[in-house]
Design a protein around this ligand. Structure first.
Ligand SMILES: Nc1ncnc2c1ncn2[C@@H]1O[C@H](COP(=O)(O)OP(=O)(O)OP(=O)(O)O)[C@@H](O)[C@H]1O
Ligand SMILES: [Mg+2]
Length: 505
């Protein structure tokens, strides 16, 4: 009897496999990191072969930890770091180049040229995205133009593109031996190549990037009983388990947080931060620097859209304190250090390492620490880092309220940084709104499992999933209105100081 659903969460820093029961409770998991390859300033790559090997290991180990057989899995979902671009040869299964990661800024000249030529407006209108280094389109173009032989191969159908969902799916379903080359609407909505209204690749957009249609995967619903095939018996599972859900990680977290009604939102605090607001079947175009994207599409139901505020650097700023500044030895220590001071003492840290994403979209910004006085210590820097996570979130919450008219009564949060109590308290203080975290903090994997389980009838519908959601912790705002206003005004001034720093050719 198959009593469980599994989910592969192929993230930026690690790959997880998690197994859930009917109640949405975690039964087993395993997680492994992969190498971050940083060949030049601004370049970030992953080795797709390493990612596939890690995927194999975490599936096998999680099953072993849970004392389960592949036959115990009714279905599998896949969720992934979005935008990260893999191009491979379907004959050998070998990548032509490392995966170019979403944070990578090497395509800044491509993005700037699109804006100059007026094509940026077309991309905004059709794809719901501003031209930026963040999305897959420019990354595919870069590989086609810079890696020998790939363009010819692509035109002959010998080069396939996929984000890491697609790469993992193709390998799980047989690889060179009949692997399924497909993705879902949420991943496709992050490429600058999909038309948000038709939910298909758009010839005009493909032309902007010179991407041949032959290299692109089929776009399916995020939850579908047949579209993604089944695992091959020769592959790590040694059994045929249907793969029935695929969703980008932030959309998966939106599903895991059961944000199924228009006006419901969640904020995930991981490597970066991603606030996603469900806007229903209506496409809302942002006037305030948010992205319009697909939240999910279940089966034959119409697509549900979302507004998203993407922040590049939040949890990774804490990693920077650990690995580069070496003022802490693990992420949790940031809380202890920051707790030693009452406030930031006037110091602000804007971690614009990859420029600024939402709501600014300034690739010419670079990080800055401002307001320094002789008085400041490591403790203030730790505090300013946690505050930066929260102030950046306030920037996108404000943009979201202006775009949608939705005022949040409570902010639903999840992700690694939410283990930091002080940071979550600061978040409530900075926003003036309570912050609430659910029992299952791994909402990304849970959402992928939900998408997979809904397709096979393992779960009936969204209402059933809503009954699983339980609050584990809530933080209430404590700052006065004056302190809140003063703190935020300082942040806005600090952001100004980071702009117009890097030159983009
Ligand atoms: N106690 C803590 N305080 C502050 N930051 C923390 C704490 N614990 C973890 N983090 C940060 O959380 C991040 C990891 O969170 P999470 O595992 O949700 O990441 P993720 O974005 O899902 O990873 P991936 O990108 O691989 O999917 C790291 O950047 C880490 O610095
Ligand atoms: Mg993640």
């Amino acid at each position: 009897m198959a009593d469980f659903v599994g989910a592969v969460d192929q993230g930026t820093t690690s790959t997880r496999f998690m197994i859930f029961d009917h109640g949405g409770n975690e039964v087993a998991k395993h997680q492994l990191e992969h190498a971050q390859i940083l060949p030049r300033p601004g370049w970030v790559e992953h080795d797709p072969v390493e990612i596939w090997e890690r995927t194999n290991s975490v599936i096998q180990n999680a099953l072993r930890h849970g004392n389960l057989a592949p036959e115990d899995l009714a279905a599998i979902g896949i969720t992934n770091q979005r935008e990260t671009t893999v191009v491979w040869d379907p004959r050998s299964g070998r990548p032509y180049y490392n995966a170019i990661v979403w944070q990578d800024t090497r395509t800044d000249a491509i993005a700037a040229a699109l804006e100059r030529s007026g094509r940026g407006e077309v991309i905004r209108r059709k794809a719901g995205l501003p031209p930026a280094t963040y999305f897959s389109g420019g990354k595919i173009q870069w590989i086609l133009e810079n890696v020998d032989g790939v363009r010819e191969a692509a035109e002959q159908g010998h080069a396939l593109f996929g984000n890491t969902d697609c790469w993992v799916l193709w390998n799980l379903t047989g690889g060179p031996d009949g692997g399924v080359h497909a993705t879902d609407v949420t991943n496709a909505s992050r490429t600058m190549l999909m038309n948000l209204e038709t939910l298909d690749w758009d010839d005009e957009l493909l032309g902007f990037f010179g991407v041949p249609r032959a290299m692109l995967p089929t776009i399916n619903a995020s939850s579908h009983p047949e579209a993604y095939g089944t695992t091959r018996t020769s592959r790590p599972l040694r059994a045929a388990v249907p793969i029935t859900g695929v969703l980008g990680d932030q959309q998966a977290a939106t599903v895991g947080q059961v944000c199924f009604a228009p006006g419901e939102a969640k904020n995930t605090y991981g490597t970066g931060n991603f606030l996603v607001l469900n806007t229903g079947t209506e496409l809302v175009r942002s006037q305030h620097g948010l992205l319009t994207t697909v939240a999910y599409r279940f089966g034959d139901s119409p697509a549900v859209y979302a507004l998203e505020g993407s922040i590049a650097v939040t949890g990774s700023a804490v990693q920077w304190l650990r690995d580069q500044m070496k003022i802490i030895t693990n992420a949790a220590e940031s809380e202890r250090l920051a707790s030693a001071v009452e406030d930031n003492g006037g110091m602000y840290f804007v971690p614009a390492f990859s420029g600024l994403f939402a709501p600014y979209w300034r690739s010419d910004a670079r990080g800055a620490i401002v307001g320094l006085a002789r008085y400041h210590t490591n403790e203030h820097l730790a505090r300013a880092t946690l505050e930066a996570i929260c102030y950046q979130s306030r920037d996108v919450v404000e943009a979201m309220e202006q775009d949608s008219g939705v005022h949040l009564d409570v902010l639903k949060v999840d992700g690694g940084v939410t283990a930091n109590d002080l940071c979550m308290q600061i978040q409530a203080d900075v926003l003036g709104v309570p912050v609430s975290r659910p029992v299952v903090a791994e909402t990304t994997a849970l959402g992928a499992a939900y998408a997979a389980g809904l397709a096979t009838g393992f779960w009936r519908d969204g209402d059933e999933l809503r009954t699983h959601w339980q609050e584990s912790k809530r933080w209430e705002p404590q700052w006065s209105e004056d302190r809140r206003a003063e703190g935020y005004a300082g942040w806005k001034k600090a952001v100004e100081r980071t702009l117009d720093w890097a030159t983009v050719d």
